[in-house]
Design a protein around this ligand. Sequence first.
Ligand SMILES: *[C@@H]1O[C@H](CO)[C@@H](O)[C@H](O)[C@H]1NC(C)=O
Ligand SMILES: *[C@@H]1O[C@H](CO)[C@@H](O)[C@H](O)[C@H]1NC(C)=O
Ligand SMILES: *[C@@H]1O[C@H](CO)[C@@H](O)[C@H](O)[C@H]1NC(C)=O
Ligand SMILES: *[C@@H]1O[C@H](CO)[C@@H](O)[C@H](O)[C@H]1NC(C)=O
Ligand SMILES: *[C@@H]1O[C@H](CO)[C@@H](O)[C@H](O)[C@H]1NC(C)=O
Ligand SMILES: *[C@@H]1O[C@H](CO)[C@@H](O)[C@H](O)[C@H]1NC(C)=O
Ligand SMILES: *[C@@H]1O[C@H](CO)[C@@H](O)[C@H](O)[C@H]1NC(C)=O
Length: 452
Amino acid sequence: MLPPRLSIVLPTLLHATQRSVATYIDFLRSSGPLHNPFAHNPTSGLDFFNGNYYVNIILGGKQYSVIIDTGSSDLWVAGSVPKANDTGVSTAIQYVIGAEAGPVKTAQLEVLGFTVPDQAFIEVPSRGDVRNGTGLIGLGPNTLSVIHNALNKQSSGDTPLDRIFRQNLTTPNYLTVLLNRPNDIAETYIGAMTIGEVLPQYSNISNQPKVPVLALQSNLSQDQHWLITLDSNGIIGPNGKAVNVKSNAIDAPTHNASQLVAGIDTGFTLPQVPSEVAYAMYSGAKGAKLKNLQSYNGDIWVIDCDAEVNVTFLIGGQSYHVHPLDTNRKGTDDDGNDICFGPFQPLIAGAEDSTYDMILGMAWLTNVYLLIDYGDFVDGTTNTDNPYIQLLPMTDPAAAHEEFVATRLNGKDSTSSRHNSGSGGAKGLFDKHKIPILATAASAAGAGALLL
Ligand SMILES: *[C@@H]1O[C@H](CO)[C@@H](O)[C@H](O)[C@H]1NC(C)=O
Ligand SMILES: *[C@@H]1O[C@H](CO)[C@@H](O)[C@H](O)[C@H]1NC(C)=O
Ligand SMILES: *[C@@H]1O[C@H](CO)[C@@H](O)[C@H](O)[C@H]1NC(C)=O
Ligand SMILES: *[C@@H]1O[C@H](CO)[C@@H](O)[C@H](O)[C@H]1NC(C)=O
Ligand SMILES: *[C@@H]1O[C@H](CO)[C@@H](O)[C@H](O)[C@H]1NC(C)=O
Ligand SMILES: *[C@@H]1O[C@H](CO)[C@@H](O)[C@H](O)[C@H]1NC(C)=O
Ligand SMILES: *[C@@H]1O[C@H](CO)[C@@H](O)[C@H](O)[C@H]1NC(C)=O
């Protein structure tokens, strides 16, 4: 079986060329933690830096800033961890881009106010792009965990969340994540992550449809990600029509071919979509050119910065509009020239898989508040509920359009609304400016200065 492969950082956005899951050039945010990780508070603010979202943890008494990654299932940190025990086992994790390897150790972990006395993790050597004091926390299913397998599937090798859920059966088995949009002038928060409770501002998420997580056959369980199906014909393109594309996920459980299978991945910068989907989104956009750029690890649609690309996803009978600032981002090409590009990227080599059609990474997830209920995916659980995902829409099409006009069209609306795909319900949930969460104005401004 293949190890977890849904994690990626886009080196181009980082102005770096390392093929690594994590690039920490000029990593500065550790000086200003957004929360006190020692306090019992299952909610944490997130830091955004270089295309990744970070949460603070304490491991062996030392603070680390770790990437949150629902697309993999292991904890690793760079630099030697104090008060850690060596298990005598070493292992390696291969991501879509990059790999991490080192000894498997155990140390006391504190995360979001929960304490695990002896959490297993991989200690990787710090190096240029992977700084001492940083790392990654995998939030995927336990069966995907490389450490769990390296330790012969003993419970001591369970993922951090499995350990937390197991040690106190009263803690509800779910995680929620809210990601902000980098550089968004209207957003005043950095993002947040919670375990076992929902953000009170968005408690309506519990009324959202429970979209079942697809469980792979047992012989594929080591490739299990947080997989869901979109509705039939579940992507409405810029022309207001459903994108014509069939599922190619032959190893996903039986599903209607008109329903695409998607992996939910907070650690993947650019959503990975079938080439037909990227074509439908971008080929008609102003200035559109499909280019193969090394710094984007493959094909990418380059488009004009003022091209407003509307796309709406249908999941569980609900509409999830994608903000036009998420379908058209600023970046640089291989020569360092400024470009705008379509973050919904035709699947790059290595990101393709027979168990899913697409990876809904950060540029999609910024449009939802995400809840993952682990159900009976937790190792050793007596819970018999199937895992599910709930998604609360966070992007109001009209407000998003206004924001695009303000930031990319100098306030002059030159678009017509003939392609209005509509959004359906949930209007009442949107505030023009979303409610700030945890991040203070000062820390939000501090982070803003670091954004690209
Ligand atoms: C490390 O090993 C010692 C001795 O076996 C044990 O007392 C301690 O709890 C272990 N600590 C961790 C974090 O595993
Ligand atoms: C990592 O940082 C700690 C302080 O947080 C320091 O004591 C240690 O020497 C550093 N290790 C390396 C390899 O730089
Ligand atoms: C277990 O979790 C519940 C609900 O979160 C909490 O009230 C309780 O204090 C926890 N018990 C322990 C021993 O941590
Ligand atoms: C939740 O949704 C209902 C109906 O959609 C609405 O009446 C209520 O105000 C919402 N509550 C919150 C906290 O957003
Ligand atoms: C998994 O098992 C099923 C039968 O239960 C078999 O049809 C399938 O080919 C197997 N897949 C792999 C990847 O081994
Ligand atoms: C698949 O979905 C389409 C569109 O909803 C429907 O027309 C078709 O009957 C479905 N096919 C099967 C095998 O369920
Ligand atoms: C995109 O959608 C918004 C909101 O529905 C609409 O106002 C705008 O005109 C659309 N833009 C294009 C280019 O279709």
